[in-house]
Design a protein around this ligand. Structure first.
Ligand code: HEC
Length: 176
């Protein structure tokens, strides 16, 4: 009898050690596989939290977006308003979004107006950019979806902030 107990304890110990090793092994394999999973780093929704920037909105929802007065620096306006989540904006480091077109309005605003499919109200490049922000459904850029860009920016951008945005965007020309 005296000999049996220690050998039973040894088996229990072995069993526990093996179980722990199995768990560690499964976890490690899982980590390695997910590190190589290309889907893991695809940004497939505009609701992805962006880089380590305190001002970056988590979700582009009306309640999370503060009112821009226009006194903020331009990059802050783009970031706090969530534009950077969906758009790549040359000169704005945080703006790498792909949900919407790259913003190169210095080149594209007049092209949009010249498009026979343009049925909005804008007459000038300035008005086109303003309209795209306040009423995104007026013209939907080819290849992109309507109803993705929020429709409430009129309530979140003061006239000053809007002017600053339009001035900035019209200076960006497409780099061939
Ligand atoms: C949730 C995603 C999303 C957010 C946030 C967003 N946009 Fe957009 N935006 C889009 C999409 C998609 C389009 C293309 C479809 C369309 O034309 O409405 C677009 C189109 C535009 C256009 C027209 C571009 C062109 O080449 O004609 C402008 C200008 C623009 N957005 C500016 C902004 C600005 C400025 C902000 C922030 C104040 C912003 N967007 C926030 C998704 C977004």
């Amino acid at each position: 009898m005296a000999g049996k107990k220690p050998s039973f304890q040894l088996n229990t110990e072995t069993f526990v050690i093996m179980s722990v090793m199995c768990i560690v092994l499964v976890w490690t394999v899982n980590r390695i596989l997910s590190a190589h999973d290309p889907k893991a780093d695809v940004e497939d929704t505009p609701r992805v939290e962006q880089a380590a920037n305190g001002d970056q909105v988590k979700e582009v929802e009306q309640a999370n977006v503060p009112l821009a007065t226009g006194k903020e620096p331009i990059d802050k306006i783009f970031i706090q308003s969530g534009c950077t989540v969906c758009h790549t904006i040359p000169g704005i480091r945080a703006a790498k979004g792909r949900e919407g077109p790259k913003l190169e309005l210095g080149t594209n605003a007049l092209k949009r107006l010249a498009d026979p499919n343009y049925h909005g109200k804008a007459q000038t490049d300035w008005e086109y950019v303003q309209e795209s922000i306040l009423n995104p459904g007026a013209y939907v850029v080819d290849g992109y979806s309507d109803h993705v860009m929020p429709r409430w920016y009129g309530q979140k951008l003061s006239a000053g902030a809007l002017d600053k945005i339009i001035t900035y965007l019209l200076k960006i020309e497409e780099v061939p």
